[in-house]
Design a binder for this molecule. Structure first.
Ligand code: NOJ
Length: 505
């Protein structure tokens, strides 16, 4: 049976400010993304997700949207966006946009209207109260409420005060937000990554958090039944378009069971991020538990899993794991062979670590600058950017860790990503097959992916020493994280921190 594209796809996340600058202002732009498309095509991903490109005062670097239907001048124009979508499609790449639905910028005309008077017809588009409850905001740990003296009430913001929460209980808000989806679907985008989508439904009573939770952000635990009904409405908009438009939602909850519910019965999100693996330590036993849990829970819910190791909100996994590039390579084997849709974060294919941010250069109120460092394309002072001095410092070792230099070295991590992506694309077992855990020695994670007669076995040695991991039957090394012995027989022993993809001999 043919499967929807987003099940076998690998998605590449672009953080537009940091991808590539072509106009010399030190901030990446849509033209830079367009010029990067040949790299993504060569690498072998299927889709790109752009973090927000909309008009924004940039209090949260685009996650504060002032106009959902226009491009911020720092990034370009709607015409640039049309060109980018068209050229991506010509190259066989799908395009997903970030859709920020829980809140807008305080500069959005909707909020300006809402705050202008208590009688304004749009007052109820946001959440206004005489008395705030005890919720705190996710960035900054201050109250989730700001007092607006003009109308003598407080408005709710689960993030920055510059990001007031929309009131999704209001049907006009639902319609207006559906229209923003249609605006981009009409322009040809293939879908959306929906920002903190689990937050949109709220109990209108806005009950206080219980005492033991006071002072902690709701973002990691807000799980409100009303959201599911809203998601069904959103899904209906996507389903009214041809071509399997999809939505992957950020559901920032801490349990697989809770996350899996946001798929509904195939009538809510197509995919939901699961950040449990993102927070998991580099430890075979921990990962064995994570993979087994995901298989069990998502399998029972008939929900297709996602896998993410890095994004624009967390230290890069290479920095988190420590252990140098070898771990980043072994992690790539995991990420690209587990059952589900993997999401790569721009720069992980270069093995980047986080940038050191000197105190005077910090710009994000949430302290996430390190993983948002600009992507180096070439050696030399400007690294392929139109300005040698971008908005954030370059990541470490950019003279070697850049696209051009690593592309010229067949033994680089960049080529490893490319080989893994090619192996995945060529193998129905790796892209869509079942997953069965293997009994492996401590320190080694192993599983078999199978689809009909196709089989691939994956072994990852989490230890920094060699490990014996014999298998029944003869196998050929298809991909090795260190490139060793590819095309030759598997001898039953893994090198330190080595990951391998094996095919039956
Ligand atoms: C999650 C996004 O990934 C993050 O960057 C942003 O700050 C918050 N949502 C608020 O939009």
């Amino acid at each position: 049976m043919p499967q929807p594209w987003w099940k076998s796809a690998v998605v590449y996340q672009v953080y537009p400010r940091s991808f590539r600058d072509t106009d010399g202002d030190g901030v990446g732009d849509l033209e830079g993304i367009r010029r990067g498309l040949p790299h993504l095509q060569w690498l072998g991903v299927d889709a790109l997700w752009l973090s927000p490109i909309y008009k924004s005062p940039m209090a949260d670097f685009g996650y504060d949207v002032a106009d959902h239907c226009d491009v911020d001048p720092a990034f370009g124009t709607l015409a640039d966006m049309d060109r980018l979508i068209a050229e991506a499609h010509d190259r066989g790449l799908r395009v997903l946009l970030d859709w920020v639905a829980n809140h807008t910028s305080d500069q959005h005309p909707w909020f300006q209207a809402s705050r202008s008077s208590r009688d304004h017809p749009m007052r109820d588009w946001y959440v206004w109260r005489d008395r705030p409850n005890n919720w705190v905001a996710a960035i900054g740990d201050g109250p989730a409420w700001t007092f607006d003296p003009a109308t003598d009430q407080h408005y709710l913001h689960l993030f920055l005060p510059q990001q007031p929460d929309l009131n999704w209980a209001n049907p006009q808000v639902q319609q207006a937000m559906h229209d923003t989806l249609r605006f981009w679907l009409d322009r040809g985008v293939d879908g959306f990554r929906a920002d903190v989508i689990h937050l949109i439904g709220k109990d209108p009573a806005l009950p206080d958090d219980p005492p033991h939770l006071v002072g902690t952000s709701r973002v990691g635990r807000h799980d409100e039944p009303r959201t599911h009904e809203l998601l069904r409405g959103i899904r209906a908009v996507l389903d009214s378009y041809p071509g399997e438009r999809m939505m992957v939602g950020e559901v920032n909850l801490d349990a697989h069971e809770r996350i899996a519910r946001y798929y509904g019965r195939g009538d809510q999100l197509h995919l939901a991020f699961d950040f449990v693996p993102l927070y998991a330590a580099w430890d075979a036993a921990v990962w064995r538990g994570v993979v087994a849990d995901v298989e069990r829970v998502f399998g029972a819910a008939d929900a297709w899993p996602t896998w993410v190791l890095s994004n624009h909100d967390q230290p890069r996994h290479r920095s988190r794991y420590g252990g140098g590039e070898a771990r980043a390579r072994a992690a790539a084997v995991l990420l690209l062979t587990l059952r589900g849709t993997p999401f790569l974060y721009a720069g992980e294919e270069l093995g980047l670590t986080d940038a050191e941010i000197p105190p005077g250069r910090a710009v994000d109120p949430g302290g996430r600058d390190g993983c948002r460092a600009p992507l180096p394309w070439e050696p030399g002072p400007a690294h392929g950017w139109a300005s040698p001095d971008p908005w954030l410092p370059w990541p470490p070792c950019a003279e070697e860790r850049n696209v051009a230099t690593l592309r010229a070295r067949p033994d680089s991590i960049l080529h490893l990503y490319r080989r893994l992506l090619a192996a995945r694309r060529a193998s129905p077992a790796l892209s869509l097959g079942s997953l069965e855990m293997l009994d492996t020695p401590a320190g080694v994670l192993g599983y078999v992916r199978a689809a009909g007669d196709h089989r691939r076995t994956v072994l990852v040695n989490f230890h920094d020493e060699p490990a014996d991991a014999p298998l029944a039957g003869d196998h050929v090394v298809e991909v090795a994280s260190d490139g060793a012995g590819e095309g030759g027989p598997y001898g039953g022993r893994l090198a330190p921190t080595q990951g391998v993809v094996l095919r039956p001999a």
